[in-house]
Structures are given as C-alpha cells and as structure tokens.
Design a protein around this ligand. Structure first.
Ligand code: AMP
Length: 180
C-alpha cells in the first residue's frame, strides 16, 4: 500500500472479538470523523468513475449510505438505498444473502433503477462478498448495468472480491487488511 493508503488504514479502528469472538471489526466511524481521511476516501473512490456518466450510486445499508451519498454527490449521480427487509415504503424487490456472521434479506424499490442505467455499487467493506452478491442480483434484476463495485476495505482472505469478479463485476478497493 502507498503512504496515502497507510494514512487511510490508520484512520480505521480495529475492534477485536466484535460482534463475536474471532472477528476483527473494522470500524470506519473513526475514518468518517477524520475530515481529511473521509475526503481522501471519497476522492479516491470516485476518481476512476469521474467521466463515466454514472447514473446511480447504490449503497448498502448502513455504512454504504454514508459513502454512497458522498460518491453520488461527487459524480452528480442519483443515490439508491439497498436496505434490510421491511424498511422501504414502496413496492420492493427482495433477495436473501449470507453474511460473514449471519443470514438476512435485502430490498430495493422496484422503480429505483431504469433498465440500462450505469450503476456503481458501494459499501464500506467486502468480506465474503455475500452482501454485495445479493445487491448485484437485485440491481441486475432491475436491468442495471453495474460498472463497478467499490469498497474502502477488502478482507482478501475471505474471497469476496473473487466472488464478485466471477459474476463479471469489476471490484475496486482502497485498502486491504489481513484476517477476518
Ligand atoms: P460480506 O457479505 O461477508 O462481504 O460482509 C460485508 C458486510 O458486512 C459489509 O456491510 C460490512 O460492513 C460488514 N462486515 C463484514 N465483516 C466485517 C468486519 N470484519 N468489520 C466490519 N464490517 C464487516
């Protein structure tokens, strides 16, 4: 990693054994609360997409909303929330997905994306890729053209990047951490 990436990595707090033993939780609230680090993360995430006429940024609840809103603003794109089930008020499409520590369902509004729209998917971190895979399925069901999926953090040992790439989705991440 470059020294720029080292600075970003240093702004992320590691919490051992949260939410259960053996997990190192990568807490980005410390990155978000550091004005320089937050700016850097957003700038570095949007850079590859600056001239690509991205129509929508889709963010995964909840930390993907914070990053996704900032990315959408920078790209002059719309923002689409992908939420845990039962939270969205209008008609939704739903998919089940597996997590590093559990199973859940996520939804998006049926009319959130127009077929053929160029979409960037974002979240704070990719681990097993189960969450992002679910989001990719939802977006594709709606006819989205997923240009890329981007994350601040990759946990490469958990294989999420490879899982998304096998689905034909380009993956961009800023920093990697070893382990879970
Ligand atoms: P996965 O579906 O396994 O790729 O898990 C990704 C989702 O779970 C993201 O929304 C992350 O915010 C969260 N997550 C998984 N593992 C961690 C971790 N070690 N630290 C922080 N968040 C995590």
């Amino acid at each position: 990693m470059s020294s720029r990436d080292d600075t970003l990595a240093a702004s992320i707090r590691a919490i051992r054994d949260y939410p259960k033993p053996g997990i190192i939780f990568r807490d980005i609230t410390t990155l978000l609360g550091d004005a320089k680090a937050f700016r850097q993360a957003v700038d570095d995430l949007v850079k590859p997409y600056a001239d690509m006429s991205i129509a929508q940024v889709a963010g995964i609840e909840a930390r993907g909303f914070i990053l996704g809103g900032a990315l959408a603003h920078q790209l002059s794109a719309g923002f689409v929330p992908i939420r845990k089930k039962g939270k969205l008020p209008h008609e939704t499409v739903r998919v089940a997905y597996s997590l590093e520590y559990g199973v859940d369902e996520m939804e998006m509004h049926v009319d959130a994306i127009k077929p053929g729209e160029k979409v960037i998917l974002t979240d704070d971190l990719i681990a097993t890729g189960g969450t992002a895979e679910g989001a990719v399925k939802l977006l594709r069901q709606m006819g989205a053209e997923i240009v890329s999926a981007c994350f601040v953090i990759d946990l490469p040992e958990l294989g999420g990047r490879k899982k998304l790439e096998a689905l034909g989705v380009e993956v961009r991440t800023l920093i990697e951490f070893e382990g879970h």
